[in-house]
Write a protein that binds this ligand. Structure first.
Ligand code: MN
Length: 367
């Protein structure tokens, strides 16, 4: 571990580069040159010597384990040189499209300008829509193979049944993470109550691709109620995050993913400013669905998705209320063949999926 002297040096250096004395609590990134480990941590300055402009004592929060000894080798760098911020390399406007039994979605991808956001296959915003009695539409029995569907409901209620015998109903704030693997047939419908009486429906479905080694695994179903979705906020309370997958602001998701994925729902109040560390090896995307947010000096508006470039963090600035999904994950970089509800690596595997479905090998929903 770092020696106290080295840390003091770090903090003294940092004092000149940032606003530790003013903030008293600040976040900074450190790089350990010989270990290749970069990390963000929170340091509270508990005693500041004005005369010498140095830290007398300090407390560190969330200090992660660093296996390799780095005593005397730590160097604090200015924020801009250590946390390299991801830029915006492409902005995609979501198009409207009918899905399932005819409900309308906003879909930034797949689209003509963004065919595949490896490792994410699809992002659909369902609604918001106000249904009258008897009007609510869903997606009756249909198959999937080779990937995962993740449904996150904001308003309304959705009922799910599948050929593996899973059944569930998810409402506002709940998440259903369904691993199709080698194949299922499922139905995704507004709840009986919503179909009967009408009401508002708003939510998301994303498709997460599975690596070739996992495409034929057994189907799995994770249903996570809103009470188990971790919630965190910045110390100024201007940014709130629901951690569906991955981690943010010290909160860790309960959902298990096959490959490293981050799926976060942000709510920003005017004045919010958040730096989110994201692993350098992740491909990252930001979708705005309410208000507007600034990333890399670009204003992103509701219905726009930004493809982010390389770096190890993303900086959000909000001058108005905004809601945003941030998605990131390690790209699979494997051959990608999609046909409708099947996502495989080769044309032959797609053909096999159709044959298996038609022969009833993906099963049927027993009612
Ligand atoms: Mn489906």
């Amino acid at each position: 571990m770092l020696g106290r002297k080295a840390l003091t040096d770090v903090l003294t250096h940092w004092r000149n580069a940032s606003r530790l004395a003013e903030d008293n609590v600040a976040k900074q990134a450190f790089q350990f040159p010989n270990s290749g480990i970069g990390l963000a941590l929170s340091v509270a300055c508990t005693s500041w010597d004005e005369q010498s402009s140095s830290v007398r004592s300090f407390r560190m929060n969330g200090w992660p384990g660093v296996r390799k000894s780095s005593a005397g080798q730590a160097s604090a760098c200015r924020r801009e040189s250590v946390m390299s911020q991801r830029g915006v390399v492409q902005i995609v406007n979501a198009h409207r499209q009918q899905e399932g039994g005819g409900f309308v979605v906003r879909r930034p991808f797949p689209s003509a300008s963004l065919r595949y956001a490896d490792p994410f296959v699809l992002l659909d915003e369902m609604g918001p829509v106000e249904y009258g009695p008897g009007q609510a539409i869903g997606a009756p029995d249909h198959p999937h193979r080779g990937f995962e569907t993740v449904t996150y409901v904001l308003e309304g209620e959705s009922e799910h049944e599948d050929s593996a015998g899973h059944r569930g109903k998810i409402g506002p704030g709940d998440v259903q993470w369904m691993t199709a693997g080698r194949g299922i047939v499922h139905s995704e419908m507004p709840s009986q109550e919503l179909q009967r009486s009408g009401g508002r429906m708003h939510g998301f479905q994303i498709w997460v691709n599975l690596p070739a080694r996992d495409k034929m695994i057994a189907p799995r179903y994770q249903e996570i109620p809103r009470t188990r979705i971790p919630l965190a906020m910045t110390s100024d309370c201007l940014a709130i995050v629901h951690v569906i997958a991955g981690e943010a602001l010290g909160a860790h998701a309960v959902i298990e993913t096959r490959t490293p994925i981050s799926y976060l729902h942000w709510t920003f109040s005017p004045g919010a400013s958040v730096q989110l560390p994201l692993p350098r090896e992740h491909a990252a995307y930001v979708y705005v669905f309410d208000g507007a947010v600034r990333v890399d000096n670009r204003d992103l508006h509701s219905g726009q998705l930004a493809v982010l470039g390389e770096g190890d963090s993303v900086q959000f600035e909000a001058s108005q209320r905004a809601q945003v999904l941030s998605l990131s994950g390690v790209p699979l970089r494997e051959p990608f063949v999609q046909y409708g509800p099947f996502v495989m690596n080769t044309e032959r595997e797609i053909q096999q999926a159709f044959e298996d479905y038609q022969a009833g090998r993906l099963g049927e929903i027993r009612r």
